[in-house]
Ligand binder design. Structure first.
Ligand code: FES
Ligand SMILES: [Fe+2]
Length: 463
């Protein structure tokens, strides 16, 4: 088995022709160190939402890879993302989770920085530095690129990286459903206060692949399905309307993003029932109508769980949430979970959703507990010298991918597996690891682009 050279990831560790991935990529310390350089220092990462910092001086302390960053709005209203590390000796300049401030004052020796990152205060500037310190050179380190896309704030340390929308590519309309209102309003979502953060003893790629579209693991959630915790109150977590739809795995091979989605028929479907007050039921019925009216064909698509490469996952439906998998060494992941609601929704709807979200997701959520148990034991059982000699199997559905998928008059971008026919596939998971291998091998963005084969997943079985 290949070790962590920068070449050979594709054949030695991620062999998609045979549908096999080495356990080394989950447990090997050297590979983990290279991921920090090659993935987290180059890829676009989700850091937060503008609704978390509505006013000048507001900040939210987030993370990019292993590092702490400050998302803040300066006095002029501009949004910034800074490395949360003092330029003098590295102290964390902000040790709160969120708040409002005029300056970030370092607790170690007292350098202070404006919310625009400028170094504005240096104790004993005249006496100790004889006024010669060039303060303009010693502001907080700012990310190379930042993008506010429909309220979601994304950042990148690499000047050479493509723009965020280019990075999304054909995946853009699939991601939109997380940030738009359920009524189809542009960027109509906001964060419901309180970010959940907790650690799980597994490699970050376990949750990443699960949220890429592991529809096969539904057996893990059997008890949740039986209890019927969903907002419909029915036995299944899926909505009744979806029985009329096509269930799809959709992947964008040249970008590494993927999602599971339902494509509804052109004819009207039955809106989901919500066993709650009429305010809640009426709101969701209104959203179904309005979304189709505003978004046309795209209003027929409902994205469920998906992943923006490498470490941001979303659930656009229920519970509506964003997760980031922060690596904390190869054997531990810190999960941060944001929850979203429509800005314009009645308060009763927001309260109803808050209760439901907590029941379902996060460290106390019934469904997330099932998932965490799997990741935690799978990781631990993969670490031993014997265990790591045996690759994982990702063969499911090899060769069933469809390019230019069309159903009921709507053609979808990306490469699709129709689960209505195939039942289940690991197409999306293979897409994640293909991009992972390309990122780990590529020395530049041009090199990365050249590694993508236009025939994508369809040609894979022949490799
Ligand atoms: S480490 Fe921040 S002022 Fe010295
Ligand atoms: Fe799950």
């Amino acid at each position: 088995m290949a070790t962590a050279g920068t070449q050979g990831y594709r054949k030695g560790l991620v062999d998609l022709g045979r549908g096999q991935v080495s356990r080394e990529i989950f447990v090997n310390e050297a590979i983990y160190a290279q991921e920090q350089e090659r993935l987290f220092a180059r890829a676009w990462l989700f850091v937060g939402h503008e609704s978390q910092i509505p006013n000048p001086g507001d900040f939210f302390v987030s993370g990019m890879g292993e590092e702490s960053v400050i998302l803040c709005r300066d006095r002029a209203g501009e949004i910034h993302v800074f490395l949360n590390s003092c330029r003098h000796r590295g102290m964390k300049v902000c040790r709160y989770d969120e708040g409002t401030t005029a300056v970030f004052t370092c607790p170690y020796h007292g350098w202070s920085y404006g919310t625009d990152g400028k170094l504005v205060g240096v104790p004993y500037f005249r006496e100790a530095y004889h006024s010669t310190l060039d303060r303009a050179q010693w502001g907080l380190v700012e990310v190379a690129q930042m993008c506010n896309y429909k309220g979601g704030i994304w950042a990148n340390w690499d000047k050479a990286a493509p723009s965020f929308t280019d990075y999304l590519g054909d995946f853009t309309p699939y991601l939109d459903q997380t940030f738009d209102g359920w009524d189809g309003s542009d960027g109509g979502a906001e964060i419901l206060g309180g970010i959940q953060k907790w650690r799980v003893p597994c490699n970050w790629k376990f949750p990443a692949e699960n949220f890429s579209g592991d529809s096969y693991h539904n057996i893990s959630h059997r008890s949740v399905d039986l209890v019927g915790v969903g907002p419909s109150g029915s036995g299944r977590r899926d909505m009744p309307e979806l029985n009329l739809a096509r269930k799809l795995h959709i992947a964008v091979p040249e970008r590494g993003h993927q999602t599971t989605a339902y494509l509804l028929p052109q004819t009207r479907s039955v809106p989901p029932g919500y066993q709650h007050s009429s305010v809640v039921s009426d709101y969701f019925a209104y959203c179904e109508e309005e979304r189709r009216r505003r978004q046309g064909e795209w209003g027929r698509l409902i994205t469920l769980v998906g992943e923006v490469f490498p470490s941001m996952a979303f659930l656009a439906r229920q519970p509506r949430t964003i997760a980031v998998w922060h690596p904390r060494g190869p054997h531990e992941t810190e999960i941060w979970r944001w929850f979203l609601v429509d800005k314009a929704a009645p308060q009763e709807v927001k309260d109803f959703l808050r209760d439901y979200y907590i029941r379902y997701s996060g460290p106390a959520g019934m469904t997330e507990q099932d998932d965490m148990e799997n990741w935690n034991y799978a990781h631990a059982a993969s670490r031993g010298v014997i265990a790591r000699r045996f690759p994982y199997n990702y063969e499911q559905g090899l060769g069933t991918e469809i390019q230019d998928y069309e159903w009921d008059g709507f053609r979808l971008p990306g490469v699709v597996v129709d689960l209505t026919r195939a039942n289940s596939s690991e197409h999306n998971l293979r897409n994640l690891y293909r991009r992972w291998a390309h990122f780990m091998e590529a020395d530049s963005w041009d090199d990365l682009a050249a590694r993508h084969r236009p025939a994508g997943a369809v040609a894979e079985a022949a490799e």
